[in-house]
Design a protein around this ligand. Structure first.
Ligand code: C5P
Length: 217
């Protein structure tokens, strides 16, 4: 495969989702938000009335995701709910779940849909585990306060009544779970470009990312 691969990792609400979408648009690359795969597994367990921290249930749900139907599953708006994010970070701890989702992600990178010449994948372990040979790797961060503030704004815009302290607490919890787990913890690849978006808007982040990618290719 000769598709170009851009790996984007970072914590929740760092701006990596928006950045990845805009990069893919700009470059005419395919985009995979890998967090939605974990969300889909978490949601499937919740819908079956199960417990996302039960490894066997999570593993079964992960293996039940089939490549042909996955694009539809990933478009489900229910994936965006906060309890689904939390379920996602619980199923993401299970090594067999991560293993089950690996093939789909690597396939997407090697053969991007729509015959695109490249792919942008965003998540937590793209540069370290999923695509260690990516052509360009970015690690997008922002302070936990800046990220909680962004999430608060986003939730309020969707009409969800929330308070800042609770959002901040949730963010800290998810950060801890993602960066302290034994398998594929959230951490920058050694060759990743660190992009701190705490005081950047989406346009500035896109410009910085594009300059870096151009310097690499
Ligand atoms: O990025 P998003 O918030 O949608 O991800 C939901 C959860 O899925 C994360 O908190 C993380 O636990 C898990 N995840 C992961 N590896 C990825 C992407 C997401 O473990 N590559």
């Amino acid at each position: 495969p000769t598709a170009m691969v851009i790996a984007i990792d970072g914590p929740a609400a760092s701006g990596k989702g928006t950045l990845s979408r805009r990069l893919a648009d700009r470059l005419h690359f395919a985009h995979l938000d890998t967090g939605s795969l974990y969300r889909a597994v978490g949601l499937a367990v919740l819908r079956a009335g199960g417990n996302p921290s039960d490894a066997a249930q999570a593993t079964e749900a992960a293996y039940a995701l089939h490549p042909e139907t996955t694009p539809l599953v990933l478009a489900d708006p229910a994936l965006r709910a906060d309890e689904v994010a939390s379920a996602a970070s619980q199923v993401a701890i299970v090594p067999a779940v991560r293993e089950a989702l690996l093939a789909f992600q690597r396939d997407f990178a090697a053969y991007p849909p729509g015959n695109a010449r490249g792919a942008v994948l965003d998540g937590r372990d793209i540069g370290t585990i999923v695509c260690p040979d990516a052509d360009a790797k970015l690690f997008v961060t922002a302070s936990v306060e800046a990220r909680a503030e962004r999430r608060l704004k986003e939730l309020r815009e969707r009409g969800v009544p929330v308070i800042y302290a609770a959002v901040l607490e949730d963010m800290r919890e998810r950060d801890a779970r993602d960066s302290q787990r034994a398998v594929a913890p959230l951490k920058p690849a050694a060759d990743a470009f660190l992009l701190d978006t705490s005081s950047m808007n989406a346009d500035q982040a896109l410009d910085a990312a594009i300059s870096f990618i151009c310097s690499k290719t």
